[in-house]
Design a protein around this ligand. Structure first.
Ligand code: 5GP
Length: 211
């Protein structure tokens, strides 16, 4: 696949998605889409870098103007991917990476069936909760809400093109690199990460069983 590719990456927050992507695309020039959100910035987050932090009114206006390739509500906030930078970067020959939740991922897939979707699983739900508590960016009630949302998201992982698990970070990075290379070269070396493989379905079920 020599055409520039849209990579849709979904993972419950706390799955290490950011760290994995940073490593995978360290030496590859890709465009990371910066989403718009109505959520409040966390202490470490910068406007225009991590997100465009906008008001509900601004968000609604953008949605009305069809400025988003997709948008969705998640944990009481709105999130949307601005359309123009995606198409501009694809036109310039650059791969594009979208870190978005499942509803948005399915919207993009519907509009762009050539987009490639990857779901990153946590090793278990209790481990995900532990990672979120350790990160300490949110009060416990919010974490409970995110953990509940995570289970719902994981239940849809079988609808992605590829599913990998972040148990050991180095393995997850290597697995994602395998997926990336297979997609770009059009070979089948990453087929074991497809949900058509029974082991992947078992892995998803296992994570949900421990919820
Ligand atoms: P967080 O609040 O932890 O940054 O993100 C919450 C969830 O929203 C994550 O699953 C994240 O991937 C997702 N998200 C971030 N940006 C977008 C977006 O533009 N669209 C959609 N649909 N989800 C997004």
């Amino acid at each position: 696949m020599n055409e520039p590719t849209i990579f849709i990456v979904s993972a419950p927050s706390g799955c290490g998605k950011g760290t994995i992507l940073h490593e995978v695309f360290k030496d590859i020039k890709v465009f990371y889409s910066v989403s718009c959100t109505t959520r409040q910035p966390r202490d470490c987050e910068k406007d225009g870098v991590d997100y465009h932090f906008i008001s509900v009114e601004q968000f609604d206006k953008m949605a009305e103007n069809d400025d988003f390739i997709e948008h969705a509500g998640f944990a009481d906030n709105q999130y949307g991917t601005p359309k123009k930078p995606i198409y501009d970067n694809l036109a310039e020959g650059r791969d594009v990476v979208l870190e978005i939740e499942t509803n948005g991922a399915f919207q993009v897939k519907e509009k762009r069936p050539d987009a490639v979707s990857v779901f990153i699983l946590p090793p278990s739900i209790p481990e995900l909760r532990r990672r979120l508590l350790k990160r300490g960016t949110e009060p416990v009630e919010k974490i409970d809400k995110r953990v509940a949302a995570a289970s719902a998201e994981i239940a849809r992982a079988d609808r992605y093109d590829f599913v990998i698990m972040n148990d050991e970070l180095d393995d997850a990075i290597a697995d994602f690199k395998t997926v990336y290379s297979a997609v770009k070269s059009g070979d089948r070396s990453a087929d074991r990460f497809r949900p058509t493989n029974d082991d992947i379905i078992k892995m998803i079920d296992e994570v949900l069983k421990n919820a």
